[in-house]
Design a protein around this ligand. Structure first.
Ligand code: UFG
Length: 330
């Protein structure tokens, strides 16, 4: 298939581009490069530098490149920032996605795979969380993803747009090849921060809360390796292309979680040096436990994650950060 990957120069996008090509697909990337890195893409992939808010450019790209499917990653993703600058998030994530949906139904009516998040569930008592759990996002970021999910479904009902929505849990790690990985301007993710602390770029690790109702008192998350997540996109787009899926939503996680302390212990084991740690107050909006019920994607798409061992996951992140302590600038 020929696949237009919107936001393909970002962390998850670039790993997906790689896995799509390994599976024999042709890729065109559309990215505004606000946070993406052209260096993360193979040199022979066409990169269209355009913004989803430029509806004309999006439509022109679909007409000119004639893809068979679209995978849509492009979004602002910082929960805290979304609370301080909601207009920016609604405009970029919701209006941008609306422009893309309109361009698809106006031109080619090709299937869409959309990158959503466990943040759509908000705090939930469900453990693990199935796809039909109540959705009460606690952040503007989560709200923009839920609104986009609902727009996609409405376009399916009104225009027959085939879609698959993937709700990611905690994405982490880097390509085992060691040449692409996480390189956010504003790092907030636990494993990335721990690796940068181990490299001496930060003084210590703060553990946000040790008084949660979990076995060791720290929050539990479902850490899914970025390459496994990329493979989930390949499965999803191939199922849509073959007409085996029409309107589906899947959690993507391992189905089991690790605590903050377990993650930091794994980083210590991989780097061989204990990280300086400090217990800090809880971070606002952190639910105690977020673990996916991932049975649906396993059963329906044959998702088989390769990275199920926490140390193996952390090892790939460590290899990337150690070789690229300043991300793609190295
Ligand atoms: N944490 C710390 N210290 C840090 C950083 C994080 O203790 O320095 C803790 C957090 O409090 C949380 C856990 O580590 O308990 C994981 O935090 P991350 O910031 O790595 O990830 P989140 O769980 O907050 O969020 C991520 C994505 C969201 C997505 C969510 C779904 O960023 O977009 O996973 O599970 F919705």
């Amino acid at each position: 298939m020929k696949i237009l990957v919107v936001g393909g120069a970002g962390y998850i996008g670039s790993h997906t581009v790689r896995q799509l090509r390994a599976a024999g697909h042709t890729v065109v990337v559309l990215d505004n490069l606000s946070s993406g890195h052209p260096e993360a893409l193979p040199g022979d992939v066409e990169l269209v530098r355009a913004d989803l808010l430029d509806a004309g450019a999006v439509k022109d790209t679909l007409i000119r490149t004639q893809p068979d499917a679209v995978i849509h990653f492009a979004a602002l993703i910082e929960v805290g920032e979304s609370m301080r600058a909601p207009a920016r998030y609604y405009r970029n994530n919701v209006v941008g996605s609306l422009n893309l949906l309109q361009a698809i139904v106006d031109t080619r009516k090709i299937p869409l795979v959309f990158s959503s998040t466990a943040a759509v569930y908000g705090t939930t008592d469900a453990v693990p969380i199935p796809e039909n759990a109540a959705m009460q996002p606690e952040s503007v970021y989560g709200e923009t993803k839920l609104m986009t999910e609902r727009m996609i479904h409405a376009f399916h009902v009104a225009h027959g747009l085939p879609y698959t929505i993937l709700r990611y849990f905690n994405v982490c790690g880097a390509s085992p090849a060691g040449d692409i990985g996480e390189a956010h301007a504003n790092q907030t993710h636990l494993i990335e921060l721990a690796c940068l602390t181990a490299l001496g770029q930060r003084e210590k690790m703060m553990i946000f809360g040790e008084d949660y109702p979990t076995p060791d008192g720290t929050c539990i998350r479902d850490y899914v390796h970025v390459q496994d997540l990329a493979d989930a996109h390949v499965l999803a787009v191939e199922a849509l292309g073959a007409g085996r899926q029409d309107a589906a939503t899947y959690n993507v996680g391992l189905g089991h979680g690790f605590s903050v302390k377990q993650v930091l212990d794994a980083v210590d084991a991989v780097t061989g040096t204990p990280l300086p740690r400090e217990i800090a107050p809880r971070r606002a909006g952190d639910p105690p436990r977020l673990v996916a019920d991932a049975t649906k994607i396993v059963q329906e798409l044959g998702f088989t994650p390769q990275f199920t061992d926490l140390q193996a996951i952390v090892q790939t992140a460590w290899d990337w950060h150690r070789e690229h302590p300043h991300g793609f600038k190295d």
